[in-house]
Write a protein that binds this ligand. Structure first.
Ligand code: FES
Ligand code: FES
Length: 216
């Protein structure tokens, strides 16, 4: 038969069957110990300290390798986890944050750099495979003055937020060197791996055309 509760919602003592193995006093004493243990914490109870944040990272660290490469004309020798991408090497180890991390999966082109003169998605390139390579990033493009394509992006107002711009410029530099600038359609085709969420494509093509006209 169901037990009817009073307005307070607390069952009267008489409502708890006397045969119940768990009395109200036993219940409170038991939960009090459990709750108290949770509040006091493991250190005062003599239990082992929880793992620090650094321990899991150390436990998941993979084997590392030494790699020597040239970045923007400077020889760099670093020891990196074998799984480190060129993008993370540039941004996290060398502090070259001009190369952007968009999708980190080879789909947006924000991380485009030049490796031995050819464009590459840095997020898909393993750093340990670049022994002896020459890498050029957006930071290494300008000399005493801006690279003509950098200047052309300014002249043509070819960006809004600018997040895609370093990758667009690196890709555009390669596009010009490769000779894929005979028409706007050809530039669009050969720059199609570089996405711009701000939709600046028309002006980006104009900027590439401007720099291409200077042979750069
Ligand atoms: S971050 Fe490398 S392609 Fe998007
Ligand atoms: S300028 Fe904003 S994503 Fe291209």
């Amino acid at each position: 038969m169901p037990i009817e509760l009073p307005d307070s919602g607390v069952p009267p003592a008489s409502a708890v069957p006397s045969s119940s193995p768990l009395s109200r006093r036993t219940f409170i004493a038991t939960t009090g110990v459990v709750a108290g243990g949770a509040v006091v914490g493991p250190s005062l109870l003599g239990a082992a300290e929880p793992a620090t944040a650094a321990e899991p990272a150390a436990a998941t660290a993979g084997p590392g390798s030494r790699v020597s490469l040239t970045v923007n004309g400077t020889r760099q020798t670093v020891v990196v986890d074998n799984r480190t991408s060129l993008l993370d090497l540039l941004r996290e180890h060398l502090g070259l944050t001009g190369t952007k991390k968009g999708c980190d999966a080879g789909a947006c082109g924000a991380c485009t750099v030049l490796v031995d003169g050819r464009r590459a998605n840095a997020c898909l390139t393993l750093a340990v495979r670049l022994e002896g390579a020459e890498v050029t990033t957006i930071e290494g493009l300008a000399g005493d003055k801006l690279h003509p394509l950098q200047q052309a992006f300014i002249d043509q107002d070819a960006f809004q937020c600018g997040f895609c711009t370093p990758g667009q410029i690196m890709s555009g530099v390669a596009c010009i060197r490769e000779g894929h600038t005979r028409s706007a359609e050809e530039i669009r085709e050969w720059m199609s791996g570089n996405l711009c969420r701000c939709g600046c494509y028309v002006k980006i093509v104009r900027a590439v055309q401007q720099a291409a006209a200077q042979g750069r």
